[in-house]
Design a protein around this ligand. Structure first.
Ligand SMILES: *Cc1c(COP(=O)(O)O)cnc(C)c1O
Length: 367
């Protein structure tokens, strides 16, 4: 039996996700003492001290299964957003929600509309279940909602809106989202991926997705503790949607999907607003330094509403990636999204950002 017959065809035809290179690996490979990773949109301040303390306490009980429904965390989130706990599902990172969306909604042949480039896991989740991702190229670097609307048909189950869009960093505004929603049927589930919510709400045009959810139950909001809360390493995300959808998704999630340490850390970080505030404030300072450099050097970039920035270096991104890595920095090269002269850089501490710009300047002047 060859591989094509051994494996489920939807699985065999998928491509593996290319993660950012782990720091430890690069250090060994290049014999460098210090590597700074500005590639995976992690929090340069680290996690909240309260989260670390909560993990230490919870560690005593890791012989006991976690609460499969993350009841305490869901109650805290329900209070924060003025929702019912039944409208919230806590997950093993936002990525689990994306996988569950495919598992919950997609029959073979069903269609899901999304932008390209955007977060790659949407297409993976849909393809896995035999669905068809309808990938609409960005227009002026934004989701082309007019084309989205034209693609809606009887087979359309889902519309993914990555807001801010990873890897580009810009947002779709409240007006733009309203226009989309007015022109699609109510049964289409609209996924609003708000992984960078706490950064994006600094923009007054950012949509109020909770208000949208109230009026339109087939709306599904994704949020995560990986980015602003700095908990990428323990894996906690969640979705806010109708209790009807939560009920179906809960049937197909892993029963104990969010481990004890993750639940404890996430709960504690909700109590640390100062950490979130400091993180967002540092983020916009770091973005400011990068924007200033790009302006001065006439590099095209996209105004960011997240903790990363997308910039056109005008050189091969594979080469830029390699050269920057040899100088101690890992970034995300644009060829991964068929935008070969672009790179995505995560924000860092001010010191890291300044040092990075210095190295970038060297690379650009070596040409
Ligand atoms: C980071 C990210 C997520 C979720 O990441 P997790 O670490 O799995 O919570 C979801 N969507 C987008 C667009 C992201 O960038």
């Amino acid at each position: 039996m060859n591989n094509n017959d051994l494996f489920r065809k939807e699985v065999h035809s998928l491509k593996r996700y290319v993660p950012g290179k782990p720091i430890e690996e690069v250090k060994k490979e290049l014999g460098l003492d210090e590597i700074i990773k500005l590639a995976s949109n992690e929090n340069p301040l680290g996690p909240s001290k309260k989260a670390v303390e909560a993990i230490k306490d919870a560690a005593e009980n890791i012989h006991i299964y976690p609460d499969s429904l993350a009841t305490a965390l869901r109650e805290d989130l329900a209070k924060k957003y003025n929702l019912h706990p039944g409208e919230i599902l806590v997950s093993n990172g936002g990525e689990e929600i994306i996988k569950l969306i495919g598992h919950t909604f997609i029959n073979p042949g069903d269609e899901a509309i999304m932008a390209t480039p955007t977060f790659g896991l949407y297409a993976t989740s849909v393809l896995h279940m035999g669905g068809v991702p309808i990938q609409i190229p960005l227009k002026n670097y934004k989701h082309d909602f007019k084309a989205f609307i034209e693609k809606v048909n009887d087979r359309t189950k889902l519309i993914f809106v990555c807001n801010p869009n990873n890897p580009v960093g810009n947002i779709m505004t409240q007006d733009e989202i309203n226009d989309l929603l007015e022109n699609i049927p109510d049964h289409v589930v609209v996924v609003l991926d708000e992984a960078y919510y706490e950064y994006a709400i600094k923009n007054p045009e950012y949509p109020n997705s909770l208000e949208i959810l109230k009026k339109r139950p087939n709306t599904l909001i994704i949020r995560t503790f990986s980015k602003v809360a700095g908990l990428a390493g323990v894996r906690t995300g969640y979705t806010l949607t109708s209790s009807k959808i939560i009920n179906e998704m809960t049937k197909v999630k892993n029963v104990f999907n969010v481990n004890r340490l993750a639940q404890a850390a996430a709960g504690a970080s909700l109590q640390d607003e100062e950490h979130i505030h400091n993180t967002v404030s540092l983020n916009y300072q770091s973005l400011g330094l990068m924007e200033k450099y790009f302006e001065e050097n006439h590099l095209e970039y996209i105004k960011s509403n997240a903790n990363f920035i997308f910039v056109n270096l005008g050189i091969d991104s594979k080469e830029a990636f390699q050269k920057l890595m040899e100088k101690g920095f890992i970034i995300r090269p644009g060829y991964l999204w068929n935008m070969n002269s672009w790179i995505r850089i995560s924000t860092g501490t001010l010191e890291q950002t300044e040092k990075f710009l210095h190295k970038l300047d060297e690379v650009l002047n070596e040409k």
